[in-house]
Design a protein around this ligand. Structure first.
Ligand code: PEP
Ligand code: MG
Length: 919
């Protein structure tokens, strides 16, 4: 009987489901009878769908069944009740497995045991719960011992089952972060009493004693007995898996990867096969290619005489898969064949789990393997070469963000060569990271909040460490292999990671990390190279990646395979994308950098940023503080030559590519001198009295400068500012047009923070007037356009009116988000976590566009604008221009380009191509 679904409750729930309950199939078999396939991931979860597919293509899959994700949703929405009819379906599915295995669930002579695992639509490694050996009780354990002829094995299975079940289903878990695992404590105590060094030293009788103590522990903690009825165990486990969808780890993971709560998880119930019955048995995890660097080698690890969890838990250090060729040549050869079959069938790199029971191979799971950014690129390119993936598929297989990891910094080669490694581990996440040592996830978060970079050093990580891992520069573990939690998660997060550094001894109590003779304390610097696996004491400077060095002409392309991979993918991306990719850059250096990364123009030059340097800020302040037009014009006169020179520099760097220059948009609080010292210095410099400055600052004070005298409002009040900037732009364009190698510039002048057509018209008229004056004076012809930012809701909803005056729109989604959500872009921090935790925001709306809110304004404004001017050029220059999800949206609403910060340009190119391919 389902744990919570008492007969009474089931009856109560029945009317709600009456019509649907008969028609909806909730349980899908796999094995000799297989109901599902790989296309049914939404319903069966990734694991369930692929188990069905593997069974269907003739791979050796132990039979079982999948309870659908729809049941999970029903369970969550109905206070832990199950839909009517589920119990009967499960019973029938169990019967089918019994038939295929020739064993019976709960039988006292020939018991069938199950594993129960979660399996969401997208794999969430280690986020939810698993229970093995289900069906064991005081009687079936004896039967298992008799059947297997291995009493120790049977009791070891039983004690593991009680431990997992007690933890996951009955809640016998450590209460605080520093508390010991209760079952481990009981086991350690017994080992001490028996003077046993390892778990393997415990005999069958010792394990019987351990089982007794485990059961007593459960009774003490829960006031309940460990259940002996096999079906009661099964429903308890199923309920726990469904509940685990809502546990904290799973919620954090879902937030990070934007997985909706409604998806739910499926539950996979599968006949147990045993890798721990003796030396003819093994269990392992393998990849069809190396997930760290993408190389085409059979890659993985295994343990002889062990159960699956032992490999991932990092308790025993597994052996590299190549060694299996010596230890179990037959199984190794079978696995190599399986690799080929899997890749050919699933057409992607696979990550699979297997067990060898008595020299017979069984496949327990397969999925598209998680991989580093570098591996994603290499696998896509090489699988395309091998005709396993088309070019379009290959493009969509590379998470857009992962291209970033080809551009990640590496250690300065000289500094690294001079440094002496203190140890090494498995390279699990590429790149170079340096930071202060911390030993706990909490400490990592705390230090990062205080502004320090940290490396999280753990014996091993667990899903509880996720937040700390997210905060850290890099992760180092002393235990665990390439499929350990640390490695899997770091790979996904794009974090630098070394795992299984076995020479490293981490002592949490003493807060030290020892490797050989070197002892480091918490807070000391450590540096890790996640590409080579080497660990160094102290800080090491980082330097540019190979790709960056090639792009900057410091390395020959032929010398870098990584660069060639990058270039191939970028070539594909450019072929398929419809969106142009520009950059937000305010200096010639930034612009040149972005062009090297493939930027096709500048989408936003924030002119106020050009005044941060040197003396300019003082003249800028003089201009802002001026109390009359004459003083303002005096200040502007000093600013003009700077602006002209900067624009000329930018135009030269862009070599004729389009440049959008936005006129001044300084929220005043960013520019006013706030403290006495700065005011005194400014007074001296400008020959003004400090009192005058203080008075003007007071007069200009705004309670809410983000909604104050900024953007075009400044130009409307003080037309001379717009005049000066327009003059600087046109004079610079005239100047570069007359160079020996003339550069033809068609400046795009952009007016910020417009809400009314009249406001825009006011400014556009000034620009046209100045343009005419400059062209006449310099005897040149410059073609230019004047457009506007759409960054406040009024502009979006009146975009048709505004389009009558504007020659282009660029969506300023930073301000548009701020003003649409009524949410300050400057102080989100204080309540953001609460909103994330309650899943009100799945993502930070300033990082990834709020598509159903702000997005609709963008879409509507685009349509309105184009209803007036059919070919109105539309771009976006808010931070969302570098976010892959938002880029997908901008593609879908038909924008012409996105503009993002220079390092995001390759990511944006790839994301734009993916949006175009996915349609
Ligand atoms: C914007 O608001 O999106 C924008 C690009 O302008 P800024 O960030 O300079 O306000
Ligand atoms: Mg703005």
């Amino acid at each position: 009987m389902p744990a919570k679904a008492s007969k009474k409750k089931a009856k109560k729930a029945a009317p709600k489901r009456k019509a649907a309950s008969k028609a909806v199939k909730a349980v899908y078999a796999f094995g000799k009878k297989t109901d599902g396939n790989t296309t049914m991931k939404n319903l069966l979860g990734g694991k369930g769908a692929n188990l069905a597919e593997m069974a269907a293509i003739g791979l050796p899959v132990p039979p079982g069944f999948t309870i659908t994700t729809e049941v999970c949703t029903y369970f969550s929405n109905n206070k832990g009740n199950y839909p009517k009819g589920l119990e009967a379906e499960v019973k029938a599915a169990v019967k089918q497995v019994e038939k295929e295995q020739g064993k019976q669930f709960g039988s006292k002579t020939n018991p069938l045991l199950f594993s129960v695992r979660s399996g969401a639509r997208e794999s969430m490694p280690g986020m939810m719960d698993t229970i093995l050996n289900l069906g064991l009780n005081d009687a079936t354990v004896v039967a298992l011992a008799n059947k297997s002829g291995n009493e120790r094995f049977a009791w070891d299975c039983y004690r593991r089952f009680i431990q997992m079940y007690g933890d996951v289903v009955m809640g016998v878990q450590p209460k605080g972060e520093h508390d010991h695992e209760p079952f481990e404590e009981v086991m350690d105590k017994l080992k001490k009493e028996l003077k046993a060094e390892t778990d393997n030293d415990l005999t069958a009788d010792d394990l019987k004693e351990l089982v007794k103590r485990y059961k007593a522990l459960i009774k003490k903690w829960t006031k309940k007995s460990f259940p002996q009825d096999a079906y009661e165990q099964l429903w308890g486990a199923v309920g726990a898996v469904f509940n685990s969808w809502g546990n904290e780890r799973a919620v954090i993971y879902r937030q990070k990867y934007n997985i909706p709560a409604e998806w739910g998880t499926a539950v996979n119930v599968q006949a147990m096969v045993f890798g721990n019955m003796g030396d003819t048995c093994a269990t392992g995890v393998a990849f069809t290619r190396d997930p760290a660097n993408g190389e085409k080698v059979f890659y993985g690890e295994y343990l002889i005489n062990a159960q699956g969890e032992d490999v991932v838990a990092g308790v025993r250090t597994p052996k590299p898969i190549a060694q299996l060729a010596d230890e179990m040549p037959h199984a190794h050869a079978e696995l190599e064949k399986v690799c080929k079959k899997l890749e050919k069938h699933f057409r992607d790199m696979q990550d699979f789990e297997f067990t060898v029971e008595d020299n017979v191979l069984y496949m327990l799971q397969t999925r598209n393997g998680k991989r580093t950014g570098l591996a994603a690129v290499r696998i896509a390119v090489e699988m395309n070469n091998e005709r396993l993936m088309t070019e379009k598929v290959a493009v969509t297989k590379i998470p857009a963000e992962s291209i970033d990891s080809l551009l990640v910094p590496i250690f300065d080669p000289k500094a690294e060569a001079a440094a002496k490694p203190i140890g090494a581990g498995l390279p699990a996440g590429p790149g170079a990271a340096s930071g202060h040592i911390v030993f706990s996830a909490n400490m990592a978060e705390k230090e990062v909040k205080a502004g320090r970079k940290v490396i999280l050093c753990r014996v091993e990580t667990s899903p509880e460490d996720l937040k700390g891992m997210l905060a850290s520069e890099g992760i180092l573990t002393s235990r665990g292999g390439v499929s350990s939690h640390a490695a899997l998660v770091a790979r996904q997060l794009g974090k630098v990671c070394i795992c299984g550094a076995s020479e490293v001894v981490i002592d949490y109590a003493k807060k030290t990390l020892r490797s050989g003779k070197t002892v480091l304390k918490e807070g000391d610097f450590i540096s890790i190279n996640g590409t080579s696996g080497e660990i160094f004491a102290g800080a090491i400077d980082t330097t540019d990646s190979e790709v960056k060095r090639v792009l900057e002409g410091n390395l020959k392309p032929s010398k870098s395979y990584t660069y060639q991979l990058f270039a191939t993918v970028m070539k594909w991306a450019d072929k398929h994308r419809k969106l142009a990719v520009r950059t937000n850059a305010d200096t010639p250096e930034m612009a040149a950098n972005a062009v090297a990364f493939g930027a096709e123009g500048i989408g936003l030059c924030r002119t106020e940023h050009m005044f941060f340097e040197g003396d300019r800020i003082d003249y800028m302040r003089q201009m802002i503080l001026a109390s009359n037009e004459k003083d303002r014009r005096d200040a502007l006169k000093k600013l003009l030559p700077f602006q002209r020179k900067d624009f000329a520099g930018l135009f030269k760097a862009m070599k004729g590519l389009p440049v959008t220059v936005r006129l001044l948009d300084p929220p005043l609080h960013e520019f006013l001198p706030h403290d006495d010292t700065t005011r005194r210095q400014l007074a001296n410099k400008l020959g003004l009295s400090q009192e005058y400055i203080t008075e003007r600052v007071k007069a200009l004070h705004e309670e809410n400068p983000m909604l104050g005298h900024r953007g075009c409002r400044l130009g409307v009040s003080y037309p001379e500012i717009t005049e000066m900037q327009a003059r600087a732009i046109f004079e610079a364009a005239a100047q570069v047009g007359k160079l020996k190698k003339p550069i033809k510039v068609n400046p795009e002048i952009m007016i910020p923070l417009v809400g009314f057509k009249q406001e825009l018209k006011d400014q556009v008229d000034i620009v046209h007037r100045v343009a005419k004056e400059v062209m006449e004076a310099k005897k040149v012809k410059i073609s230019y356009t004047v457009g506007t930012m759409i960054e406040i809701p009024r502009a979006a909803v009146t975009a048709d009116e505004i389009a009558e005056v504007a020659e282009f729109f660029s969506f300023g989604t930073n301000d548009l988000t701020q003003t649409t959500l009524g949410l300050s872009r400057d102080d989100m921090g204080s309540f953001f976590d609460d909103y994330r935790n309650k899943e009100i925001f799945n993502q930070n709306p300033f990082a990834s566009l709020d598509q159903s809110g702000v997005g609709q304004l963008v879409k509507g404004a685009a349509e309105k604008g184009r209803s007036v001017k059919k070919n109105l050029k539309l771009g976006i220059c808010g931070e969302h221009g570098g976010d892959p999800d938002s880029i997908g949206f901008f593609h879908s609403v038909g924008l012409n380009y996105v503009s993002c910060s220079p390092p995001r340009v390759p990511v944006a190119r790839l994301a734009a191509a993916q949006a175009a391919i996915k349609g």
